[in-house]
Design a binder for this molecule. Structure first.
Ligand SMILES: [Zn+2]
Length: 192
């Protein structure tokens, strides 16, 4: 399925999963389980690409296998954009380690609970959004049912979000340290 659509009017929320390689096996069904939002719209790309794995940090990703995302963003200007990825436990430190910024140029993910990670999206897609948009990436820990359950819970909350400030208020209440870090990253990158 290319694009699934629920609801009516703003805000527009775009969630994308199955970003590359075999990640669709872990992430596509999360989007298929979501109910329509109470207000505003929800657009879903449950399977962006399942070809050869190409990192979203590579410039070619959003020009090649992921090109439908910037096309949608440029045409529809969603206020909220969420990517869902999956990782195996042995790569935890690659994603959440402090040295991620020096290795990859992007800040490390914040750890929520159950191995679920929250972080920024690639700069190559972020540049298609205005500063005030909410753009986040979730990394679900493969083979960890509790991680999937929490991801589903977070997505169910995110699909009701009115915008960036609404989500940050929720995050501050539930995960104060992750919120603090997410805000810091935003400031560093986008001058919030
Ligand atoms: Zn991924």
């Amino acid at each position: 399925m290319l694009l699934k659509f629920y609801g009516k009017g703003r805000p527009y929320r775009l969630f994308a999963a199955g970003m590359h390689g075999g990640e669709w096996k872990d992430t596509s069904s999360l989007l298929m389980k979501l109910q329509p939002p109470l207000s505003g719209s929800l657009f879903l790309f449950p399977l962006v690409d399942r070809g050869r794995y190409l990192s979203t940090l590579q410039e070619g990703y959003y020009k090649g296998p992921g090109s439908k995302i910037p096309v949608f963003v440029n045409n529809c200007a969603p206020e909220i954009y969420i990517e869902i990825h999956s990782y195996s436990k042995q790569n935890f430190h690659k994603l959440a380690g402090r040295d991620r910024i020096s290795r990859t140029g992007v800040p490390p993910y914040s750890v929520l609970e159950e191995g679920l990670l929250l972080g920024s999206v690639s700069p190559h897609i972020r540049l298609h959004f205005p500063k005030e948009a909410l753009c986040l990436s979730l990394e679900v820990q493969r083979d960890n049912p509790a991680s999937y359950e929490l991801a589903l819970h977070m997505l169910a909350r995110m699909k009701e979000c009115k915008g960036r400030d609404d989500f940050i208020a929720f995050l501050k209440k539930k995960y104060p340290s992750a919120a603090l870090k997410a805000i810091e990253d935003y400031k560093k990158f986008y001058g919030l």
